[in-house]
Ligand binder design. Sequence first.
Ligand SMILES: [Fe+2]
Ligand SMILES: [Fe+2]
Length: 211
Amino acid sequence: MILSVVSKRVIHFMRKRTVEEIIPFDLRGYEALESDILSYFSDHPRFRLGHHGYSHWLSVYDNAKQLIELKRGALPDGFPLETTLLAAYLHDTGRRIPKSGTWENLHHSARSERFLREFLPLQDISWKPGQIDNICFLARAHFEVNSEVWREAQARNLYLSLQIIRDADALDRIRFFGLDESFLHLPESLSLIPYVEDKWKRLWACESRRR
Ligand SMILES: [Fe+2]
Ligand SMILES: [Fe+2]
């Protein structure tokens, strides 16, 4: 009897919280997209674990949300909120598991773009004109290092969106590689560091049980 009470407590303690409970994807109207992403990728061995797995996707989405909140009041008219958040969530869908001893993800952002160009039109969503194209652009641009990509972001009215996604992505490095502040574009990103450090601790406890 005592043993069963103890074991129930142990099981309760072990269960704790999941990554999805710590960082929910809560973009209204896109719940079906999230469940399609989950079923599309859930067999992928890297999906649940480590950097660039699903927790990274959710964490970057969450960082982007926090940055947008910090910038509330200073966002330009017509700021593409949903496009930015979806691109943050989906930006690394093109990553692959590196073969041992190699790091074959240099072109992952172009793969994300290709995947999303096929995946997004299949969703039962009333996309705004150009929205899919903009999400695909942001996914590709998150990892491209050239001035052309910033010019294109400007032309698409996505300059701030690209800054937010890159900063949200860079802030999540704190969990894996350590934060390099030279990667950040927005002053608000610096004030988010304590938040991402705290999130790192909560996610670490959760993810280390899955390894
Ligand atoms: Fe990436
Ligand atoms: Fe990323």
